[in-house]
Design a protein around this ligand. Structure first.
Ligand code: G3H
Ligand code: 13P
Ligand code: ZN
Length: 311
């Protein structure tokens, strides 16, 4: 099976009340951990590559790793550019075989966002590629861009119909209180997503797939594993999984997870070195890290996204 777009996946997810997991990939062990989990539970997948990941690992290496994953699993997999910030970057990924791109012009004015998104949509659709756009600004860190909580803003539902009809985008990322990274909510406060905003967006865009970025739950067992083995991440807090499950049962068809994979990998490796300070073979510490990524992703696919058995 070749790489697929997200069109069919999102239609089934919308109708079925579940979401597709969009996991960020940077290297072979991460690709293997995610795709082995999806194979075991027969889940469709979106593997996504940020600008930084592409600079780190190289377009061709990532492309070939994902092609290898398709050969090994036989699953429907979409390859997506995460947070594309220019037309040129989106074009390069489209020309290089990605089946989906995000143009993130959410930090620009409404009109500039429409213009740039429209330009990417025209090129993408001419090449059989789908486009995710964003309205509203998430707090946190993406690539080198840091957005403070004060500068973040929820999506304004009254803008979504005009935005989608003028741009022709295929899915829309909205801001309802999630944020990038491992420090999403103030310690001691109760994390709560703005389901009222999501409901109003969905009412205005019936049948249209919504995307949630910044959706790591920051598993405390991995934060502990990091902190107990030489790390220092106090106050790392994520989005409660039951709220993500609820969003997945609504119009949210794509849920982005990256930080949780990083925490699982780093926690496992830190613990490995605490227990085996004499070891230096990368295969020995990457193997348990990959195994824990696999377990984490399996848990997400079954208990958070609800997309097991849907491939
Ligand atoms: O939204 C950001 C993703 O977690 C990608 O992060 O730009 O550091 O690769 P990155
Ligand atoms: P997290 O930092 O919550 O994993 O979000 C990842 C993301 O939104 C990638 O685009
Ligand atoms: Zn994101």
């Amino acid at each position: 099976m070749p790489l697929v777009t997200t069109t069919e996946m999102f239609k089934k997810a919308y109708d079925g009340g579940y979401a597709i997991g969009a996991f960020n990939v940077n290297n072979m062990e991460i690709v293997q951990g995610i795709t082995e989990a999806a194979k075991e539970v027969n889940a469709p997948l979106i593997l996504q590559v940020s600008k930084g990941a592409r600079a780190y690992a190289n377009h061709t290496y990532l492309m070939k790793l994902v092609e290898a994953a398709i050969l090994e699993t036989g699953l429907p997999i979409a390859l997506h550019l995460d947070h594309g910030d220019t037309f040129e970057l989106c074009k390069s990924c489209i020309d290089g075989g990605f089946t989906s791109v995000m143009i993130d012009a959410s930090s620009k004015s409404f009109q500039e966002n429409i213009q740039l998104t429209r330009q990417v949509v025209e090129y993408a659709h001419d090449h059989g590629v789908v486009v995710e756009a964003e309205l509203g600004t998430l707090a946190g860190i993406e690539d080198e861009v840091q957005v403070s909580v004060e500068d973040s803003s929820y999506t304004r539902p009254e803008e979504v119909e005009e935005f989608v009809s003028k741009t022709g985008c295929d899915s829309l990322a909205i801001a309802i209180g999630t944020s990038h990274g491992a420090y999403k909510f103030k310690p001691g406060t109760k994390p709560q997503l703005r389901f009222d905003v999501l409901e109003e967006v969905s009412r205005r865009l019936p049948g249209f797939p919504i995307v949630l970025h910044g959706s790591s739950s920051v598993p405390q067992e991995y934060v502990r594993m990091i902190n107990e083995n030489g790390g220092n991440m106090p106050g790392a807090i994520g989005v409660p999984e039951d709220q993500l499950r609820k969003a997945a049962s609504m119009s949210v068809c794509k849920i982005n997870i990256d930080s949780d994979l990083r925490l699982a990998m780093t926690g496992t490796i830190r613990q490995f070195f605490k227990e085996h300070p004499d070891k230096f073979d990368p295969r020995e510490y990457l193997k348990p890290a990959r195994a824990n990524i696999k377990e984490l992703v399996k848990h997400k696919l079954i208990n958070v996204l609800g997309c097991d058995g849907k491939a």
